[in-house]
Design a protein around this ligand. Structure first.
Ligand SMILES: NC(=O)C1=CN([C@@H]2O[C@H](COP(=O)(O)OP(=O)(O)OC[C@H]3O[C@@H](n4cnc5c(N)ncnc54)[C@H](OP(=O)(O)O)[C@@H]3O)[C@@H](O)[C@H]2O)C=CC1
Ligand SMILES: Nc1nc(=O)c2c([nH]1)NC[C@@H]1CN(c3ccc(C(=O)N[C@@H](CCC(=O)O)C(=O)O)cc3)C=[N+]21
Length: 368
């Protein structure tokens, strides 16, 4: 569990690549402060793993924190197991894909466009393809050279927009620097925007009484984990650390839609620790290894760690390992529930992509 996954947060070393990408003003690895003896004031959330239909909006509210309160001097947070939930979601999707194929002869299709040859992007795309195959979704892949033009990418998008066998289109990010993300993401038909990155989908997500065609996969995965583990959101204080278009900002919108009172912490926030310490729910999406220490966390809070940060690890076969934005070793002693990295939000992102693709095919073919 906690300590076997991550050693001392203060000694982990970031890989040079990631380090170069990080904002320079941030002291990345903080000295480890002694933790005040943590007391858990409300219990680890109850997992509600089985059985549950694959519907994102119908989750019953969990027991209130007061109802399930416990206090323990030697607390250890409930692990929110994203790998397990993602597997369950994929199984549910596979059943629905088969049902649809048998009933109307339609198989959902996902097109992925990859520009350039970044190793991490290639791995993500390969994993998405494998996940599609495993649930019976057909995948289409286009690989374009790094020096392709924006027009070339947009031509491929246009062709997928009008291809009836494609129900979802994903352009792997980051795009090469010479490309304008906005022009490219705007070209994806909103009905096939399974990433939920089109400005119209984000705009609808932000507005009261409007629904987007798709909710971005990573924030949707975070919410799904909170729901399935019975974490109550309504009336709670939530802090989202990070405000990117693809994770932080939509995560804050979703929490607010679920009736949390939401604060957003970003690189210019003064006293982020103090603000984060008020939160019953924290979603960290920063890209700074171990930024969130144990003393940033309110005892019993639910912590969703989106960060994926490679740090040097000569003992690992790859020479590095992945850690989150939250110092797991410290946080798991204070929090009520926490996602690990790896095995937390990451697998859920892919599961939600499959979910959005299925949802799209159902909507296009009016299949209930
Ligand atoms: N698990 C998954 O499925 C996914 C994981 N990720 C991971 O999540 C992390 C975030 O990704 P993404 O949102 O794309 O990253 P971005 O770099 O686009 O955004 C990072 C955000 O964090 C804020 N930030 C940076 N430094 C600090 C700091 N010291 N204190 C507070 N806020 C800070 C930035 O603030 P400002 O706006 O002021 O610059 C920005 O809003 C990365 O590790 C990424 O790899 C991303 C997508 C999916
Ligand atoms: N158009 C687009 N949509 C995305 O959703 C998108 C993207 N571009 N660009 C990159 C980010 C990142 N991202 C992840 C997906 C899965 C894991 C994942 O499954 N991680 C595993 C670990 C994988 C490993 O060990 O390497 C885990 O956390 O357990 C991580 C990160 C999606 N992104």
């Amino acid at each position: 569990m906690a300590s076997s996954i991550l050693s001392d947060c203060s000694t982990a070393r970031l890989l040079p690549l990631r380090r170069a990408l990080l904002p320079q003003r941030v002291p990345r690895i903080h000295p480890c402060p002694a933790l005040a003896s943590p007391r858990r004031l409300f219990a680890a959330a109850r997992p509600q793993l089985l059985p549950r239909p694959h519907r994102m909006d119908s989750v019953p509210a969990a027991a209130s924190s007061a109802e399930s309160a416990t206090v323990s001097a030697d607390a250890s947070a409930k692990v929110i197991d994203g790998k397990l939930v993602a597997k369950q979601v994929r199984e549910e999707i596979a059943v629905e894909v088969t049902k649809m194929r048998d009933a109307i002869g339609i198989v959902p299709g996902l097109a992925v466009i990859l520009v350039g040859s970044r190793k991490d992007s290639q791995t993500y795309v390969r994993n998405k393809k494998k996940a599609c195959e495993a649930v019976g979704i057909k995948s289409y892949e286009v690989n374009l050279p790094e020096d392709s033009s924006e027009e070339e990418v947009i031509r491929h998008i246009a062709s997928f927009n009008s291809d009836p066998s494609v129900h979802g289109i994903l352009v792997q990010l980051p795009l090469p620097r010479h490309m304008n993300d906005e022009n490219i993401l705007n070209a994806v038909s909103i009905e096939k925007d399974v990433d939920g990155f089109h400005p119209l989908n984000i705009g609808r997500l932000a507005m009261q009484g409007r629904d987007p065609f798709f909710v971005p996969c990573t924030p949707k995965g975070c919410m799904e984990l909170l729901h399935r583990y019975g974490v109550e959101i309504k009336g709670k204080r939530a802090v989202v650390i990070g405000r990117s278009n693809i994770v932080g900002m939509p995560a804050a919108l979703l929490l607010q839609k679920a009736n949390a009172t939401v604060s957003i912490v970003h690189s210019q926030t003064k006293n982020p620790e103090e603000i984060t310490r008020q939160a019953d729910i924290v979603i960290a999406a920063v890209g700074v290894a171990n930024l969130v220490r144990g003393n940033w966390i309110k005892p019993g809070a639910a912590i969703i760690d989106v960060g994926i940060n490679p740090v040097d690890d000569p003992e690992s076969p790859r020479g590095y390992r992945l850690v989150g934005d939250v110092c797991y070793e410290e946080a798991s002693k204070v929090a009520g529930a926490i996602t690990p990295v790896p095995g937390g939000v990451g697998p859920m992102t892919i599961a939600m992509l499959l979910s959005n693709t299925l949802e799209s095919a159902k909507r296009i073919h009016k299949f209930k």
